[in-house]
Design a protein around this ligand. Structure first.
Ligand SMILES: Nc1ncnc2c1ncn2[C@@H]1O[C@H](COP(=O)(O)OP(=O)(O)OP(=O)(O)O)[C@@H](O)[C@H]1O
Ligand SMILES: [Mg+2]
Length: 588
């Protein structure tokens, strides 16, 4: 017999019950006649407070609240991928088709399809001893991904029954375990997991492999490791969503969990439509085959927005446990923090900075801490990478969400209003951004790209820094007075900015670039720099160098060299040598 109570007060998404209800903290409850889903968020002897994940209009005092005995949890089983859910894992009808009428209220929907028959391979036999995390069955969930159904983390025992390979629903009993205490436990392909608790793993592995995104400013200049954390802060319209979409499309993660948190609904529709058509360059399958969307757009209930982040994390950890590299995009964590603020206000908690609750920092750290490359319980390795967009009001990075996020992420891709305004995209500013993974990943770049890679990258950064200090002088007294070697530095910095850092997401070849092309482009730019420096040292004026238009030629490499013909890049060395000879000849 489940415990019940009666609604005493309602304040938006927050409801109160009087007296000792016997409910537990973080327990999931059903509220009112419509059985709206809620969660116990504070308890004392006289009062129980609940946040409701659905619209509470129409709810009245006196209606019944029923406890479920379970913490707010997600259902984990085949059917998660190529799907779109709300903040508490209820499947959304395609938003495009039914803007507005998202979902019926109450518990009438299952998270996953319970009737669908999956072609299942049972991977265990009677007599085998299994532990938490061990794989019991495999299902081809989408063309791209094999779903490995596992023993729930807390269980271990001996198999006493294993079904034949065949077609099963996620509710069907496929394996029986005899637990250590002698009781029998029937396993299905499905397990439940509370969203606010990290799924256990054996140990954390230090970052050593980059998440390759195909975006030059990220992969070459400010790389993120698999299992790492990054923030993309930026004012209105600077390209947060575009950057997240680019990473979701092109990165070499196995699985993408895209959390649209308080942002525009049409952006989620766009992901859904675009990703269904786009093809994963590595596997040739539609991108949605490796993607799950969690949508809690600006017009949906605020409490579910708060939960959506944890739902996404839990799904990601589940696929990590199967041995996959998962990347989470959260757009935007500021809207999530605003949900915290709104709920905190309704609870009449003492506000801290800018009205955010005092626990903002600990919630943010709790979120980013669930990232990592892990040794899983079943012996595989997998990772969860978290990339969070931050949208500070007016692009002011000193506000609490950006500042606190900065403490917990190791990669900071700062978007810049003036770059976006000048249509330099991605508008990630090379002087405000950083990646603390550079050193951890040095070995990988050395072994997989080139021993010169990190060195070249650092030379790029040095040139950009020099440009910055030279520009101070140019601003004061103009560029004409600079000596030719400094003019050359400015020219090369411009080649780096326009030819390398700037990358057009809408160009078929430029939208995603392999590490090999990134490195070769870098080498050519540095070769041009070396040869031009020699010319300048021999007294050739910059005006003569510029007259050969070699700088423009190199800037255009990104468009002129198709991704499937990288040998073309070698011709540019010859061209630079010809340029060198031509300048010398003309001025002999
Ligand atoms: N890499 C890119 N290549 C080309 N254009 C880009 C790129 N990044 C951003 N843009 C341009 O900038 C516009 C705004 O980008 P986006 O919607 O991602 O900004 P946002 O920061 O998410 O804005 P909001 O604050 O409204 O959420 C895009 O519509 C696109 O035209
Ligand atoms: Mg956006």
């Amino acid at each position: 017999m489940s415990k019940t109570g009666k609604i005493y007060g309602i304040n938006g998404p927050v409801i109160y019950l009087k007296g000792d209800t016997g409910f537990k903290m973080s327990e999931m409850v059903y509220v009112g006649k419509e059985k709206l889903v809620g969660e116990v968020i504070s308890l004392d002897k006289d009062r129980t407070t609940i946040q409701v994940y659905e619209e509470t209009s129409g709810l009245r005092p006196g209606e019944i609240v029923e406890a479920t005995g379970e913490a707010v949890s997600v259902t984990l089983a085949p059917g998660i991928l190529d799907n779109i859910f709300d903040g508490i894992e209820r499947p959304l009808e395609r938003i495009a088709e039914s803007a507005g009428a998202f979902i019926t209220r109450g518990i009438s929907v299952d998270s996953l399809d319970m009737e669908k028959l999956w072609d299942t391979t049972i991977t265990v036999k009677p007599g085998e001893v299994l532990h938490g995390g061990d794989v019991i069955a495999e299902v081809q969930e989408t063309r791209a991904i094999v779903h490995r159904c596992m023993v729930p983390p807390e269980l271990s025992g001996t198999v006493t029954f294993a079904a034949q390979n065949g077609k099963y629903t996620i509710k069907d009993h496929i394996v029986t375990l005899e637990l250590e205490d002698g009781t029998e436990k029937e396993l299905t392909m499905m397990q439940r997991w509370p969203i606010r608790v990290a799924r256990p793993s054996r140990s954390r592995i230090p970052a050593s492999v980059p998440l390759i995104t195909g975006q030059r400013i990220l992969d070459t200049m400010f790389p993120i490791a698999k299992g790492g954390t990054a923030a993309i802060p930026g004012g209105f319209g600077t390209g947060k969503t575009m950057t997240q979409h680019q990473i979701a499309k092109w990165s070499d993660a196995d699985i993408i969990i895209y959390i649209g948190c308080g942002e525009r609904g049409n952006e989620m529709t766009q992901v859904l439509e675009e990703f269904s058509q786009l093809v994963d360059p590595r596997s040739g399958n539609p991108l949605m085959d490796r993607t799950t969307l969690i949508a809690n757009t600006s017009n949906m209930p605020v409490a579910a927005r708060e939960a959506s982040i944890y739902t996404g994390l839990t799904l990601a950890e589940y696929y990590r446990d199967m041995g996959y590299d998962v990347a989470i995009m959260a757009d935007s964590t500021s809207r999530w923090a605003e949900a915290l603020r709104e709920l905190s206000g309704r609870l009449e908690e003492m506000p801290a900075e800018e009205g955010f609750p005092a626990y903002l920092a600990s919630r943010l750290s709790g979120f980013y801490e669930r990232a990592g490359m892990m040794h899983n319980l079943n012996g595989t390795d997998g990772s969860v990478t978290i990339i969070g967009a931050v949208s500070p009001q007016g692009g002011d990075f000193s506000e609490p969400v950006t500042q606190n996020t900065k403490r917990f992420v190791r990669c900071f891709w700062g978007l810049d209003k003036s770059l976006a305004y000048a249509r330099h995209f991605p508008a990630i500013h090379w002087l405000t951004s950083y990646s603390e993974y550079l050193i951890d990943l040095g070995g990988w770049y050395r072994d997989h790209v080139s021993p010169k890679f990190v060195d070249d990258r650092n030379r790029f950064m040095a040139i950009l820094n020099q440009e910055n200090s030279l520009m101070e002088i140019v601003k004061l007294i103009g560029g004409d007075v600079l000596p030719d070697d400094q003019k050359l530095t400015l020219e090369i910095a411009k080649v780096i900015r326009l030819g390398f850092l700037q990358q057009n997401a809408f160009h078929k070849d430029d939208t995603c670039v392999s590490m090999e092309k990134q490195f070769k482009m870098m080498e050519i730019i540095l070769y041009l720099y070396q040869k031009s420096r020699e010319l300048v040292a021999r007294g050739m004026p910059m005006s003569v160098l510029k007259a050969e238009h070699i700088f423009e030629r190199v800037i255009a490499i990104k468009y002129d060299v198709p991704n499937d013909n990288l040998q073309m890049l070698d011709l540019y060395r010859q061209e630079i040598d010809d340029f060198y000879d031509a300048v010398l000849e003309k001025n002999a």
